[in-house]
Ligand binder design. Structure first.
Ligand code: DAH
Length: 389
């Protein structure tokens, strides 16, 4: 084969020139080449057409499947099947390597269009299905706004607590400090330091629960007076609310465990007039402005002089009714000037300092304030009773 012949222009080497066998051979070879490349081109064109067809088929099929989906989960399955990592579009993409480089952008564009069309349809259908689901949900959850709302049950303070907070508010307003003391107490603080030595008859009246000979459950909050005085920080102006214990039978006015609020003021030049003024103010704030107080002489071992305080009945204003048993007066507390011996025992010089003290029964205040006639109601935790306050 001569190289020269191959170089000749195509028109001149056509197969119609058979005068030179040599040149025919040369042209034949060239034509084979042309033929092959034409075939390749044709083949490629066919492949691209097939890919287009395939993509079109995928698109149509996917869109039909999406349109007939009635659940969001199905849409997801379709997405994976067509657009997923091992999905149908990826399969088509694999065929890209057989596509001529100059044709690839076109095919790529076609793949992208197909993908976009499927995605758009998926999104549109998803929104539609979500809308339908929401409408269904709203329909099934129709709220009847005329129905009464469910009330959440809120607890509230116990009548004892309400009364205590009221008493604390009044005394804190007068500059008193609220202090705490132990419920398990030495005999010394509960009795001896309050002028109640062993064998004193007052010990009989306040029998209690003994843990040892010397340790007991306190019978009165007066014991906190001693603790406060022993601290040696003067002047003192305190109240001390807390639980006390006595070996009493339960009835309408007694309980083995109840509450008292102790009050103590120690300062120079404190007089009985201060005590009267303080308690009169307390009674007015607690029971009403027109409340009057009456001091009846009494005896407490740790105060001298001592008194019991009555207030005018807040129900009948002193005229006499069932509440005050016809007398017009109601007893509310015990009080007095702190006994000099009590001051001395706790290290306070009675010539320099004087003091007054008082003790209020908390339950008594609560019963009076809310006109409850049985103390047991305060401890039974009956919701029907408690929710009235
Ligand atoms: N602790 C006394 C009691 O339980 C009440 C009392 C009376 C307390 C007079 C006092 C007081 O501080 O001065 O009966």
């Amino acid at each position: 084969m001569s190289v020269n012949h191959i170089r000749e222009p195509l028109l001149e080497v056509g197969w119609y020139r058979d005068n030179s066998s040599q040149s025919v051979y040369a042209d034949w070879d060239f034509l084979i080449m042309i033929n092959i490349s034409t075939k390749i081109i044709i083949k490629r064109k066919e492949e691209i057409a097939m890919m287009k067809e395939e993509l079109e088929k995928i698109r149509e099929e996917a869109i039909e499947k999406i349109s007939s989906s009635d659940a969001l989960e199905k849409l997801n399955e379709i997405r994976v099947f067509y657009l997923g990592k091992k999905g149908k579009l990826k399969d088509v993409m694999k065929g890209m390597k057989d596509v001529a480089p100059e044709e690839r952008p076109k095919v790529g564009e076609l793949v992208n269009k197909t993908q976009k069309a499927i995605e758009e349809k998926l999104e549109e259908t998803k929104k539609n299905l979500e809308k339908i689901a929401l409408e269904k949900k709203l329909e099934s959850e129709v709220i009847d706004v005329t129905l009464p709302a469910k009330k959440s049950k809120i607890g509230h303070r116990h009548p004892n607590t309400i009364a205590l907070e009221e008493v604390e508010r009044i005394f804190v307003g007068m500059g008193y400090e609220v202090v705490d003391g132990p419920e398990i107490e030495y005999d010394y603080y509960n009795f001896e330091a309050l002028n109640i030595p062993d064998n004193h008859p007052a010990k009989d009246e306040q029998d209690t629960f003994y843990i040892t000979d010397k340790i007991l459950l306190r019978t009165q909050t007066s014991s906190v007076q001693v603790h406060e005085m022993e601290k040696g920080k003067l002047p003192i102006r305190m109240i001390s609310p807390g639980r006390v214990f006595r070996s009493d039978e339960v009835d309408a006015t007694h309980s083995p465990s109840f509450h008292q609020i102790e009050g103590l003021v120690i300062d120079k030049n404190v007089t009985f007039a201060d005590l009267k003024g303080t308690l009169a103010q307390f009674a007015r704030e607690l029971f009403g402005e027109d409340t009057k107080v009456k001091f009846r002489p009494h005896h407490f071992p740790f105060t001298e002089p001592s008194a019991e305080v009555d207030v005018t009945c807040f129900k009948c204003h002193g005229k006499g009714c069932r509440m005050c048993k016809g007398s017009g007066w109601i007893e509310i507390l015990g009080c007095g000037m702190v006994h000099p011996h009590v001051l001395e025992m706790s290290g306070i010089d009675p010539n320099e300092y004087k003091g007054f003290a008082f003790g209020v029964g908390l339950e008594r205040i609560a019963l009076l304030k809310y006109e409850i006639d049985d103390m047991r109601l305060l401890y039974e935790n009956d919701i029907r009773f408690l929710k009235q306050f």
